[in-house]
Design a protein around this ligand. Structure first.
Ligand code: NAP
Length: 250
């Protein structure tokens, strides 16, 4: 199998939908063996079934709750059983929004967004990096989904913006620690991408956002996935601790 990640084992969270699903498709096209993980087990299964039809390989789907350390450990064990090694590519696409104006935002909605987006990234990165180091595999590429909102802020998204700003600087710091193990860590900052996550945004808000995008259109999940695949591959061997904006010039 040829491609920029040929023969590599890749773990993708959020694989049931949007950017995570597109990332599974691009990584499989580029020759990786893909482990698609999501809270939505059926959706992850669908993703893996579809890529397996196009790009036969030993792909695998698994249920995960990224904010639950036991679930993350359990998934690592299943992967070790199936492949006898941890993945060297780890992509964190699982994420949620619970939007509300700050004066109305509940503690529960604040906590849930931090738990999934920030703590979930921490748990997956720590667990999989430890497995790589323990296995003596001196190479890896981790890519975390931050957001342009974590840089510029947004009304109604204080919880989300804080979680994504956290992911970006978590990633830069992890890169500084993991360089000596040959593990690169980068974050991707998408702008407005058409996925189920953005589907519920009212049309009025969408139109206003469109006027801020230089390309004058919303992004497609594949356009983020292509950048993720580049970061996952050895083509980006000297890109580390970086935050790559994929916003169409927002
Ligand atoms: P999406 O279509 O909603 O996909 C996210 C997936 O993550 C869903 O399948 C979701 O399952 C799953 N998930 C949620 N909580 C989880 C958990 N605790 N454990 C495991 N999986 C979980 O979203 P997307 O637009 O593709 O976004 C992917 C990533 O990019 C997110 O981190 C998002 O914040 C980030 N991002 C997106 C945009 C955008 O414009 N779309 C912009 C900037 C950043 P359920 O559907 O069952 O919740």
């Amino acid at each position: 199998m040829s491609g920029i990640v040929a023969g590599k084992l890749a773990f993708v969270s959020g694989a049931a939908s949007g950017i995570g699903r597109a990332t599974c498709q691009v990584l499989a096209r580029e020759g990786a063996v893909v482990i698609g993980a999501d809270k939505n087990k059926k959706g992850a299964q669908e993703t893996i079934e579809n890529i397996s039809k196009l790009h036969q390989n030993n792909h695998f789907s698994v249920e995960i709750s990224v904010s639950d350390s036991k679930s993350v450990q359990n998934v690592l064990q299943q992967i070790m059983q199936q492949y006898k090694k941890p993945p060297s590519i780890v992509i964190n696409c699982a994420g949620i929004t619970r939007d509300n104006f700050l004066l109305k935002l509940s503690e529960e909605d604040f906590n849930e967004v931090i738990d999934v987006n920030l703590k979930g990234t921490f748990l997956v990165v720590q667990t999989f990096a430890k497995a790589l180091v323990d296995s003596g595999i001196n190479s890896g590429s981790f890519v975390n989904m931050a957001s342009i909102i974590g840089k510029i802020g947004n009304m109604g998204q204080t919880n989300y913006a804080a979680s994504k700003a956290g992911v970006e600087l978590f990633t830069k710091s992890a890169a500084k620690e993991f360089g000596k193990f040959g593990i690169r860590c980068n974050s991707v900052l998408p702008g407005f991408i058409l996925t189920p996550m953005t589907e519920t945004i009212p049309d009025k808000v969408k139109m206003k956002l469109l006027s801020t995008i230089a390309c004058n259109r919303y992004g497609k999940p594949e356009e983020v996935a292509e950048v993720i695949a580049f970061l996952a591959s050895d083509k980006s061997s000297y890109v580390n601790g970086a935050s790559i904006e994929v916003t169409g010039g927002m």
